[in-house]
Design a protein around this ligand. Structure first.
Ligand code: HPA
Length: 277
């Protein structure tokens, strides 16, 4: 037998992750009373209250009851999966996510995306709270993610998976967003591992290499979604200017307060997008 350093071979681990996603999808089908779902929205820190604006709730389940989902570890993450009706479609809302900094590995981070793929999802909307590097973006600004820089040092891909990353965030989906909500700015999002916020020097580094947003999620999920062939839309809510750009210190409760204050507006944008898909 090949020595794999005490853990299962990567291909075996990946097969197990895919099996867990299929089990999660089957459990969700039973819990939510659906067969397949075309669209999924992952709601990031503080985005939970936006859920009610997206559509009428048909069914919901605690994520802890679904195989492979971890209990919510972060205040501001609801740990719930909801099926809502938006226009002619049913949409799966994943309220909360697992972050890399929780220490459960990248497969846990992308489990929700792979479960969505196993449910038939072809359009994935990723939302997050982010630090803004563009000083014109005051807290509460909503920014479309045009591209990302994965600065985590890990990837959900294993083996020779030479995935094209030329247009991770779908141009047609961004165009649709601009139609339903004019004047949304766009920016490049850098995912760092966290959980510490960036130092001012790290923020200057991010700016120097072309990022306008910093955060601790989204890029790894977007990679997994593209591997599964989904169209991806990414939306950041700027909850604060990134470290060092103001005299202020960063605090997660302030991040949540800004998100809460913006939730209704963000939910309306998401609702309009989902209804038009
Ligand atoms: N940095 C990283 N993640 C964040 C920030 C930030 O400034 N704000 C909200 N999430």
């Amino acid at each position: 037998m090949t020595d794999t350093g005490g853990s299962a071979a990567p291909a075996t681990e990946r097969a197990a992750a895919d099996e867990r996603a299929r089990e999660a999808a089957d459990t969700l089908r039973a819990a939510l009373g659906v067969s397949d779902v075309g669209t999924c929205v992952i709601l990031g820190s503080g985005w939970g209250p936006a859920a009610d604006q997206i559509g009428e709730t048909k069914a919901s389940v605690r994520s802890a009851e679904i195989p492979g989902y971890r209990p919510a570890a972060v205040p501001g993450h609801a740990g719930e999966l909801r099926l809502v009706r938006s226009g002619p479609h049913e949409v799966l809302l994943q309220m909360g996510r697992t972050h890399l900094y929780e220490g459960h590995g990248v497969a846990s981070v992308v489990h929700g995306v792979r479960t969505a793929a196993a449910l038939g999802v072809t359009t994935l909307i990723l939302t997050n709270a982010a630090g803004g590097i563009n000083p014109a973006w005051w807290p509460g600004t909503t920014v479309l993610i045009s591209d990302h820089i994965n600065a985590t040092g890990v990837t959900p891909l294993t083996g020779p998976t030479f995935l094209d990353m030329t247009e991770v965030y779908s141009a047609p989906l961004r165009a649709l967003c601009h139609e339903v909500t004019p004047d949304l700015p766009e920016g490049v999002y850098m995912q760092l591992r966290g959980p510490a916020y960036e130092t001012p020097a790290e923020v200057r580094m991010a700016a120097a290499v072309g990022a306008q947003l910093v955060g601790m999620s989204t890029a790894l999920e977007a990679i997994a979604a593209r591997e599964a062939g989904m169209s991806v839309l990414g939306i950041s809510l700027v909850t604060n200017l990134a470290a060092g750009l103001t005299g202020e210190r960063l605090d997660h409760t302030d991040v949540l307060a800004v998100a809460r204050a913006s939730a209704e507006r963000m939910g309306q944008t998401l609702g309009r997008v989902c209804a038009r898909l």
